[in-house]
Write a protein of this length. Structure first.
Length: 152
């Protein structure tokens, strides 16, 4: 599914789509909405933000198998940075400069996982977490340079 604003903003919904993932051990999360936001001019530099919802390893494997261009400037890390998402192959394919982890302070699940943080660090992503920063804002200037506010 694709939505376009008509002035350079496009949102592609990449998942879920039939056949839905089943028997994954976490079907509800694996079938959450995954979307890629594009902003820019055709033939020029394009800003991309990848929103993975609560998708985990099974959805990531499906996206990788589809052969789509998953590269993004910003990655909203899947499943709150849990150990059930953000495989090295997926994070390498996305290769984002900025990674946002939506996670509650003092959560009882231990999110984000140490392995997820290490995977993101290996690709050189600057990691921003809502448990430390509160609400996060992505700023994209006219030259498509990207920054994340307010903290690291």
């Amino acid at each position: 599914m694709r939505w376009s604003s008509g002035d350079g903003v496009v949102l592609d919904v990449l998942a879920p789509s039939p056949p839905f993932l089943a028997d994954t051990g976490d079907d509800v999360n694996e079938n959450s909405i995954v979307a890629m936001l594009h902003y820019g001019r055709p033939g020029g530099r394009e800003f991309r933000a990848f929103f993975t919802g609560d998708a985990g390893k099974a959805r990531e494997a499906q996206l990788l198998a589809n052969g789509s261009d998953l590269h993004a400037d910003v990655l909203k890390v899947g499943h709150h940075g849990s150990q059930y998402a953000s495989t090295p192959a997926f994070v390498a394919a996305v290769s984002s400069a900025l990674a946002s982890i939506s996670v509650g302070r003092h959560n009882t699940f231990g999110h984000p996982g140490a392995a997820t943080l290490a995977t993101l660090q290996r690709v050189g992503a600057r990691i921003y977490r809502t448990d430390r920063c509160g609400a996060l804002t992505v700023v994209v200037d006219r030259g498509l340079a990207t920054t994340m506010l307010p903290c690291r």
